[in-house]
Write a protein that binds this ligand. Structure first.
Ligand code: 13P
Length: 246
């Protein structure tokens, strides 16, 4: 039986005051019956680590460099993240693929770099609206995942996968539970062909997940949690989703 994982992706939101209030609201609502993590902007990682010390709420970053070190201005290495005790790193979010032209191979290299430092990559895949309407959903998510599976090889079972249909991110247009489950089942089948650990792997859904739709999404056989954007910025909403997943 897989445990659900709920991850808050704060994106480029936050301030000292807002973060303290949000993290206090989350930790005060524990215990949750699922795994819970927050992925915060780089400058706030260490204060999140301090605020969450002693709690079972985990924390992570929203991106990392594929390089170990060197002349890469503005980048943050997985070695730096691991020094702080970072547990997760989101890689291949559609906003990075879109605005930073990240390729499938770069995403795969980032995932590999993270695992090498003991950080679990949360690998995002998902189709745009145009791709869905053109009937390309399966081909797109399979291509995105296949690059990572190939690069991670025997370690593929150690990642977390997140299916985030681009058309559902920040739009309020959530995938129906059936639409999401259909893609999750495809991803699980692809993982099964690559690793003996596929049945134990967490595949998260992301895209306008809110307290009022979380229960029906999480009830699906292959949906093992959520990657939450907007609703992760309000403690009561995030806590309600964690409770739905517990
Ligand atoms: P929203 O929950 O705001 O749609 O964002 C989803 C997301 O992109 C999480 O990574």
């Amino acid at each position: 039986m897989r445990k659900n994982l709920i991850v808050g992706n704060w994106k480029m939101h936050g301030s000292h005051a807002a973060n303290a209030e949000l993290l206090a609201g989350i930790t005060a609502a524990r215990p949750f019956g699922c795994d819970v993590a927050v992925c915060v902007p780089f400058p706030y990682l260490s204060e999140a680590a301090v605020a969450l010390a002693g709690s079972d709420v985990r924390w992570g970053a929203q991106d990392c460099s594929a390089h170990a070190q060197g002349a890469y201005t503005g980048e943050v290495s997985v070695g730096m993240l691991s020094e702080f005790g970072c547990r997760y790193v989101i890689v291949g979010h559609s906003e990075r693929r879109q605005y930073h032209a990240e390729s499938d191979q770069l995403v795969a290299d980032k995932a590999k770099a993270a695992l090498a430092k003991g950080i679990t990559p949360i690998v995002c895949v998902g189709e745009t609206l145009a791709q869905r309407e053109a009937g390309e959903t399966e081909a797109v998510v399979k291509r995105q995942l296949s690059a990572v599976i190939h690069t991670l090889a025997h370690c593929a079972g150690e990642m977390v996968v997140a299916y985030e249909p681009v058309w559902a991110i920040g739009t309020g247009k959530v995938a129906t539970p059936e639409q999401a489950q259909a893609v999750h089942a495809l991803l699980r089948a692809q993982l099964k062909a690559a690793t003996p650990h596929a049945d134990a792997m967490q595949i998260l859904y992301g895209g306008s997940m809110k307290p009022d739709n979380a229960v029906s999404l999480l009830a699906q056989a292959d949906i093992d949690g959520g990657l939450i954007g907007g609703a992760a910025l309000k403690a009561p909403d995030f806590v309600a989703i964690c409770r739905a997943a517990g």
